[in-house]
Design a protein around this ligand. Structure first.
Ligand code: PBG
Length: 327
């Protein structure tokens, strides 16, 4: 037997030496939920360790994120009032706009990415304007433009449209450029699937649709080629970074996008993926820390350059301590 693959597995240091994928704090982005009010910290039951924070509570949180070496945060807002046209999404003093200003005040170098979508701001919970019982694509685009523009004007470094309307990347790029905001980048949720794994998020963001579902705009889980078409279109329309979402059930899509396109690729390790590990960990059914490392490393191995994850802070802490469960 000349070929013995076990030779390279014999000791910790040899395993360290031949590791093909290394998770790093630079890969991680932490999502944050911002809500109205003062001194508010509402724990999210299905997302242990995560809470909705009011703007005045952001400072310690983002300073901690910065000190851990995490490059940026992704912001979601829960407005005080919702209406049919999602006016809270593009109000100059809306919740996300206030949060962006506050974060830029206390941690100017931390990257601020904003989720651009209407579902948290519409009274019906859909990601666009409703006409005749359907989400009207083209009537939604101007509202997404206004939303992205107001986030950028507040100081966002990157806007991240997650609505899945056709043509929104071009519409947003045009609006930003026309306003002279040429340096604000777009991270598009390019291949976003209609997934059951968004459940805990919808509780956290109060954004579950009041009727129907999102099948008429988010992608169908069985489709893979269609994801490549979505990504191709978004790049052509001006996306700087593209995203696949969710991550773990869609590793094949991450891998396919990585192989086909030379742009930075983000993967969103979504709320349901997070909740599954936390729940099983609490029950003692798996080793939580190892499961987290394995999950995040798998997402990177599949080809993601950027991992948006609710595990970002704990993973950053473990990485700083030199934890390496695989060697
Ligand atoms: C808004 C949006 C959703 C998520 C991110 N942006 C929910 C949805 O599409 O219903 C999900 C994130 C998560 O589950 O962690 N459209």
């Amino acid at each position: 037997m000349r070929r013995r693959l076990r030779r390279l597995r014999r000791s910790r240091n040899i395993r360290r030496l031949v590791a093909e994928t290394r998770l790093a704090v630079e890969d991680l982005i932490l999502p944050l939920f911002v809500t109205h009010g003062a001194k508010v910290r509402e724990e999210i039951a299905s997302m242990p360790g995560h809470a909705r924070l009011s703007v005045d509570m952001l400072s310690p949180e983002v300073k901690e994120v910065e000190s851990l070496g995490i490059p940026g945060v992704l912001l979601f807002g829960i407005p005080e009032r919702k209406d049919a046209l999602a006016s809270g999404a593009y109000a100059p003093d809306g919740i996300v706009q206030q949060a962006v200003r506050e974060i830029k005040r206390v941690a100017p170098d931390l990257l601020v990415i904003t989720d651009v979508c209407l579902c948290e701001y519409t009274d019906h919970g859909h990601c666009g304007v409703i006409k005749d019982g359907e989400v009207d694509n083209d009537a939604t685009l101007p509202l997404l433009q206004k939303t992205a523009l107001s986030h950028a004007q507040a100081g966002a470094d990157i806007v991240a449209p997650s609505d899945m309307m056709d043509g929104r990347v071009r519409a947003i790029r045009t609006a930003l450029d026309d306003a002279g905001l040429v340096g604000v980048a777009i991270m598009s949720y390019a291949a976003k699937y209609c997934s059951s794994f968004y459940g805990p998020f919808r509780e956290a963001a109060e954004s579950a649709p009041a009727f129907g579902d999102r099948k008429a705009y988010q992608m169908a889980p069985p489709n893979r080629r269609e994801a490549l078409r979505e990504v191709e279109l978004d790049i052509a329309e001006g996306a700087d970074i593209v995203m696949v979402k969710p991550a773990l059930p869609y590793l094949d899509i991450i891998s396919a996008v990585r192989a086909a396109f030379p742009v930075p690729l983000a993967a969103y390790n979504v709320s349901g993926e997070f909740a599954m590990i936390k729940a099983a960990g609490r029950l003692g059914w798996l080793d939580e820390k190892k499961a987290i490392f394995e999950t995040l490393t798998a997402i990177k191995r599949a080809g993601a350059d950027i991992i948006i994850t609710y595990h970002a802070k704990e993973a950053a802490r473990w990485l700083a301590q030199g934890e390496d469960p695989f060697s």
